[in-house]
Every structure is written in structure tokens, then in C-alpha cells.
Design a protein around this ligand. Sequence first.
Ligand code: GLA
Ligand code: ZN
Length: 688
Amino acid sequence: MRAITPKFPKLLHGGDYNPEQWLRYPEVLKADIELMKKADINCVSVGIFSWAHLEPQEGVYDFDWLAGIIDTLYANGIYTVLATPSGAKPLWMSEKYEEIRRVQANGVRDLSGARHNHCYTSPVYREKVREMDRRLAMCFANHPGVILWHLSNEYGGECYCPLCQAAFRDWLRAKYKTLDNLNHAWWTDFWSHTYTDWAQIHAPVPNGEMNVHGLTLDWKRFVTHQTVDFMRMERDTVKAVNPEIPVTANLMGFYDGLDYFKFGPALDVVSWDNYPQWHTTDNTEIAVFSAMAHDVMRSIKHENFLLMESTPSMTNWTPVSMLKRPGMHLLASMQAVAHGSNSVQYFQFRKSRGSCEKFHGAVVDHVGNCGPYEFAKTENTRVFKDVQQVGAALKAMNARGDVYDTAVRPEVAIVYDVENRWALDAAAGPRNKDKDEKYVETLQNHYRPFWDQGIQVDFVDMDGDLSGYKLVLAPMLYMYRAGFEQKMRTFVENGGTLVTTYWSGIVDESDLCRLGGVPGGMMDVFGVWNEEIDSLPDGMRNGVVLDDRRYDAFELCARIHPITAEVLGTYEKDFYAGEAAVTRNRFGRGTAYYIAARTGVDLLADLYGRLISALGIRRAIDTALPAGVTAHERCGASGSIVFVENYNDTEKTVLLPDGYELYGTDQRVNSIKLKPFGIAVLSKLTKI
Ligand code: GLA
Ligand code: ZN
């Protein structure tokens, strides 16, 4: 397997380190190194917001302070993830070059300030970034301590400036060649929206055009394209100096402004920033969402990834910021590792003293080690001790060397396609209420039964490959992008099991409705025709009767007609009482299921439970897991590592079949007791 951090092939423990905020305090910088060592921190990410210190005046570069930091870190056994500073531009630059500042959807250009708000198209900004990145790479890309490039910070957002609008038109011209093609794809005869000149095309904005969904979709595609193009420029610049240092960018899980699947080919390693708001609601729900986001991030490259940021305690940007309860820091950190992260990294190492993140959780609190009282110091803080615990766990895994190279190998995949998400969000009807959250919520409902049973899941987008899976779920796949029907068809023909739902196969990738029946192009595979869909107000219920059990059906209930499919479940009431609600169709050597109504997890758990048994889908532990407890497996050549996670605030016991040892010992165990928010790591032996 490819090492994602080849120069230092170890699980990383560290995080964002902003020494530029502390250059006036040399004693603090000195203390930092000691504290890093005490917490078994083996790498930190530096330079993320350092531009003003790296180039204090235009063309005047000062890298000495950074060189000093990287040297000292390295001399103390701490590696550097080096950032390009393009996430925040220095004031002198944004004041001098207006074009690098974004224009908002309302047409007003930003003033200087904030961050993550530069124009990705601006030739001036690109040139400034290229020059900075080149110089940084010349200076540091061959430093023995530098193991990874951290490109910019959380690429995101949109700019509506004239340069971006012109680039959008160029992109459209390359895609459609003629305005006639564009007008057809966007269905602009509607409301007399026909374009007769490329110059008439503007980005979709609330006080302009928001009704042409083809335009909305293409704009979002363009924003991703332009962002990736900018990122590639950064990547190529640093790689030109030393191609051996991999590049990453810290992504944001389910952030919907960008199609992260398009980032995969440009990155050597995916990393991401995860901030679950533990304890603010049911922890199991939070854990499931976080697990799913880890899986999406891993699935971008189908490789191990890095948890680039997480908070050691609380965030400060939510309405309410709760402390992590005892146990949760280790548990949440190990959750990332269980899903394929080769790191636990934090935002941030030391809490800033001023400005808007001064109350954001950090490894080192303001107490520092500089007050009059011996007890009031960093090492005595609960958070620092929690971090030490994670450091010790990762250190033990690094000492054995048997986790880094293990991989997550799911037999189940869920189709998550960002373009489909955009199209669903843009569409008006059939149910607009809370529409923006429904796709991801639906994915989570379909994911949940697998989490409950301790089964790893991949996510694939429509450019992905289905062939290696036993079971593929494609809920709410409203849009079929070109070629995906064929992939699904081949998957089922070759013996795969495919599940889809209501509101699938409605439009093509231009967002034009499929003619000739839904699910478009897949009616024979599913053996049904979905004639129409009913939308129910909040609180109104229908029911689905499946295998003598009744389940609530709500919000969206499609009326389907079986063609060749066998009816498994029927509607309970209304004018479609008794009609098919869940069907199964044999097609080729495989099987295709259709779930016509939105239901709770209950129906999905029962249906998927049967499929899990019938298809022999591997679970991390072949045992009944208590509610709120899951287990996840990383597979290696000589066995696997199993992480058993308890998200309850009460103790739970898990009975184990033969063949498990407590990780790091040769002690066989047949049951484990998990503390509240407890985690156990086990070795699953291949030979019993
Ligand atoms: C993001 C950013 C960090 C920091 C954290 C705070 O993830 O990348 O710079 O602002 O949020 O949670
Ligand atoms: Zn712009």
C-alpha cells in the first residue's frame, strides 16, 4: 500500500501551530516545544496564516523566523506540515490590488479583512500566490523535517467579479460550443430566457437569474473547476521544486459549495477538518454523522486520509459550545482512526491571545506555564491530559507499526453525488420544506443500519466504480449523470445487489427531465415504473406493510407499478392503499430493490439486516452490539485492528466470539466492558 506520508510513515499527532502570533514571546515558543513533547506530538502544521510575516512588504520576504521554527521542531523530533499561506492575504496586498478581493452575489466588492475571501480567478492573486509558494518550496521543500504540503486553507466560497464571470463564460463556451446547445441544455425557451449572446450570461444570483437550473448547476460546476484549477496551480508550483513531498488540502466533509470528488486527482492525500458538536444532542446521531463524513472523505481517493483539524475541547463558533465530556476526546479521535485516518490533528496547538478565535479550544490554554501558581499550568489542565492520552495511544500504535498500513475495505457502498445534491437542492417540488437537508439526512438514514451493525461503508459518486461491492445503495439519486445507468446495470447484471428509492432517475445531467418513464433508463433493472410521487405535510403519515410489520411512511410516497418486480411491501392507506411500496427484481445475476416511500431507519434496518445476512457482509465483530455502540475494522495483511466505540454515557458490555486480543497485548478476550464514552482497540486474529 502507498504510504500517504512517505517521509514519516507514522500516525501523526499534532495540529495547527501559529508561532507567528507569538514571535514577541520567545519564552512561549520555547515552552511550546516542551509541551509538544509531553503530549507526544510528532508533527505540526505551520504557516497557514503567515503571509503578513513571510512577505511583510511587497517583494520583501522574510523566511528566517519560519526556518528557525522548522529547524527547532525538527531538532526536537517534530515534523512539519508546511502550509501555503494563500488562505489569508496580507492587508498591503488587498489594499493595493482591488481585483483580488471577492465580489459578493449582490455585486459589491469586499473590503479588506477576514480570510478565505480572495478571487480564484484574479491573475494578480494567482501570481502573488505562485511566487510565494515557489519561494517557500525553494526554501523548505528539501528540509528533512517537512513531510507534507498543506495547500491553502479550506478552499471554498464563490466570487462574482467580472473576471470570474468572464471565466465562467469561457468555461461554458468550451463545454457547449454553441449557444443553441446551451439554450437546449438549460431549457431557456421557458419564460423567454433564451440567450442570444454569450455576454448575456451571468452567474445565478437572487436578484438576477435563479430559475434556470442548468445555469445554477453549471455555475456550481464552474466554481469547483476554478477552485481546483487554483489548487492545481499551487500544487504544481511546490511540486516543481520537490515532487517527493505530497500535497494535501484540508476539506470540510459535507460542505456543499464544492464537489470534493473532483479534488481527488489533484491531491496526494485527502485531509479534513471535523468539528462534531458532541453532547449537544444525541451523541449516537452525532457519531453516525461524523462517521459518515469520515467515510466520504476517505472515499474521495479510496485511501487512508488525515484528520487535519479537530478541537481538543470546544469550538467557539456555534450557538452553544460544549466541553467534551471525559472520554470523548479519545473516543472521537479513535473514531477518525477507525475510519481510515492516519492522524489526529487539532485546531489548534496554542490558543490565540486575541481576535475571534481566542476562545476556541486548543491543546495549550491561556493559562500557559507563566503564572505565579505551580498548579495553574498547562500540564494540569484536563484538555492537555486528554491530548496526552491520545498521544500515548498513537505512540503505542506507531511503536507496533501495525496500524499505519491497514486499510478500510468496505463491501457496501452508498452513492453520494454532489452534483445530484446540487440538482436536488435547486429543484422546486415535490416537497420544498427543509429540502436542503433531506439528501444528506436520507444518506444518513441508509447508512445508519450499517453503523449499528459495525460495518464499514464506502461512498462513491457517479464517476466512481461500483464493481468491487456486494451491495450498493443509491438513495434519492434524482439525477443520473451520463454513463451511470450503465454502471448500475452492469453491476446488477454481474450479480450485485442494488437498492434505490423514490425520487431517483428523474433528470439527466443537464437537469432535463427524463422522458419515457422513471427511473429513467432503469425501469427494466428495477422492474418498476414510478408513475408519480405524493408529498405529505409534516406529521401526516401513511404506512408501509413489509413482512407483516408496519412502518411509518411520510413526506414522499411514490406510486409505482411493478413490471417484473416482486412486491415485498405495500402502502397501508389512502387512494394507493395496497399498492407496491417496496419491490425486488431479479436482473441478470443480481437483484435490484426499490423503496418507494420515505420511511424511518426502522424499515431500512430490517431490510438491510436481511441483506447483510443473505449477502454475508462482513461485520467487524460477529456479535450483537448494544445500541449506541459500534465497531469498525481496519484490515491488514496479518489480521485486522478493531475499534469498539461506545457513544453512551453509561458502561456497556460487548461479548466477543473467539479470536480477539486486546490490542498491544497477547491477552485473548471474550468480552469487553466499555466505559461511558469508552473505546477499546482489539486485534482480530486471522488464525484462531
Ligand atoms: C477551520 C479553520 C481553522 C479554524 C477552525 C476553527 O477549520 O481551518 O483555521 O478557524 O475552523 O474551528
Ligand atoms: Zn473573482
